[in-house]
Design a protein around this ligand. Sequence first.
Ligand code: 16G
Ligand code: MG
Length: 545
Amino acid sequence: MTQFEKVFRNSALHPKPVGLVLQYGTAGFRTNAKELDHIMFRMGLLAVLRSKKTKATIGVMVTASHNPEEDNGVKLVDPMGEMVTPSWEEYSMQLANAEQDVLLTALKDVIEKEAISMDQDANIFIGKDTRPSSEKLSQAVSDGVMSLGGHVHDYGVVTTPQLHFMVRCQNTQGCYGSPTMEGYYRKLSQAFVQLTKHAPNRTDDQKHLLVDGANGVGALRLRDMERFLQNQLQISLFNDCREGKLNFQCGADYVKVQQKPPQGVEMSVGERCCSFDGDADRIVYYYKDSDGCFHLQDGDKIATLIGTFLKDMLTQAGLDLQVAVVQTAYANGSSTRYLEDVLKVSWCTTGVKHLHHAAQEFDIGVYFEANGHGTVLFSNAAVHKIEKLAQDSSIKNEKKRTAAQLLHSTINVINQAVGDAISDMLLVEGVLAVQGLSVQQWDAIYSDLPNRQRKIKVADRRVITTTDAERRVVTPPGLQEAVDMLVKKYPQSRAFVRPSGTEDIIRVYAEADTQENTDALAQEVCLAVYRLAGGVGEEPKPDAV
Ligand code: 16G
Ligand code: MG
């Protein structure tokens, strides 16, 4: 039997519901797990082609991140641990949506267009989250890979960023680290312990951190990592998969969107807390003050903390490297105003792949979405300069030497492949420790403007197109003018409208000087969208969120 006959026969065991069409969204396919078996098999096939094309190991992660437990999804990981290149998203849709009788034609089309040599070896790393459906779906990925003659290394239940890390380690022949779980824990925790050596007198309270694991894989893997941290971090782990449901009333998305603490976490006044999302590639921090008020430190606050720390260290080390922070339209206006005074700020469209790409333009690119997705990228030249300085034993100036060492440890604590809740947590904890900052002092760097996010249903969300990093609407005509008029009514206000890349809805964002004005503005913008962009169902109501 030829390889293609084998693919044809095996794909019939993962049948595609006739007529079902799914889109590769902002971060891969994502929908109810029942609809995904054929998608997984076919992403296994595509991963083999991508591996042959790039002559490198490719990753396939089975997860639906912060979505409800009954959903699932799949993300492809490119050789350096980044998300798969956008031109291949097209191929993934061709394969995913081909009916059984034309699947081989679709497959051969990709092989031809990309001039892929089928004699080349293919290696695929597979990971999955804790969802009940993930086991069977990751098996379907393996079936796809093996049907087309690829080799599988199955890492089992890992966080999304851990799988990205493994792929990068493998393809850099170990230069980035060792592609094992132990390799991941050791690299990050050693760098974290090095950072804390510059903050020797921390009390137990300062070392204490409450973590909401969202009842997902991040909780399990953080438990595994604890023993590597040499008591430099004392973690109280909640929502750790023992009883609650994945992402249900907990996790980073819940905390960010609801702007309130997760269920299941016992917070005392002033205690530092953080939440991961369901596949641990997002993190947000928060605490409760003595009046019981909830304070959120989202991706913008994390980017500010890290960006300014890096800038200070570079100045002290006497290194001339440019640090930039990449933000999206969702960044709170206060964070932008603060950052623009001290660093370069650059804008791009929503979605990790866009931010990652934009951050690669700089010596050091810090990127974070307000929702807590983010990391820091160091150019090869920056890594080289920092390493050289950190190893230079002739430096007499103590401050300079320390700064160089701190920068070096910072590079190693960061997972540069992709935003990583565990790595970002260690980075934030390290920076707070080194700078001797409490969570309240960090929070006080700037005050967020009140903000509100809303969703509107329209007949066809493609009628709204945007420009200027999604900050302005191009079509339908008249909508941007309407938004401009509304924004003029409120002090310090800003609003934008964009079609979601993950749900069949339009998203509205508003911010202004007070929560009352923000909510009024959000409501008026929702009405404008409803009227000018083909809203369906009832008119948006002021109290809806
Ligand atoms: C996905 C993206 C996230 C983005 C969100 C926007 C990744 C890993 N995730 O979850 O970065 O913020 O989509 O969703 O890229 P939306 O288009 O529905 O607003
Ligand atoms: Mg996620």
